[in-house]
Design a protein around this ligand. Structure first.
Ligand SMILES: Nc1ncnc2c1ncn2[C@@H]1O[C@H](COP(=O)(O)OP(=O)(O)OP(=O)(O)O)[C@@H](O)[C@H]1O
Length: 130
């Protein structure tokens, strides 16, 4: 099913509606999920740190992949949580598995992001503060 306000649109306007819906989704998660605020603050800090220490183009690419990846996974995690809440009333073992697995995906990617961040920033920060 396509939402009526988008179905009416064609071409570029339809694309524009997709961006508007995506923006609403992002805004919803930022407003309602404390974890997302934390992820965004860390992403901003990491990118600022990248500017300060002057990372290479390849390192910039990695930083965007890890920070964007954590944010994208948190969005998918929230979407899964909402769908599970919508279809399950009360406690259900499958609801628990779905939410736990989705949360684990965010957790594992976050751990990987931390390791990549340490690899990139360890030496430059040691040079500055060591
Ligand atoms: N309907 C349910 N049935 C069984 N277990 C559930 C159900 N809803 C949540 N749980 C369990 O409680 C945990 C927390 O669920 P919740 O919906 O609060 O997710 P959360 O990760 O804390 O969400 P948020 O990111 O909004 O804080 C889940 O990981 C799951 O183990």
């Amino acid at each position: 099913m396509v939402w009526p306000e988008k179905r009416k649109q064609k071409g570029v306007r339809r694309l524009l509606f997709s961006f508007i819906f995506a923006g609403r989704g992002l805004w919803y998660v930022v407003k309602n999920e404390q974890n997302m605020a934390i992820h965004l603050a860390i992403a901003a800090t990491v990118l600022l740190l990248g500017l300060i220490v002057g990372v290479t183009p390849l390192e910039w690419a990695l930083l965007f992949i890890i920070t964007g990846g954590v944010i994208a996974l948190e969005l998918v995690n929230t979407a899964i949580e909402r769908v599970v809440d919508m279809v399950s009333s009360g406690y259900h073992p499958l609801a628990k598995i779905a939410k736990d697995v989705a949360a684990t995906a965010v957790f594992i990617y976050t751990l990987i992001a931390i390791v990549v961040g340490i690899i990139i920033f360890y030496e430059p920060l040691l040079d500055i503060f060591g």
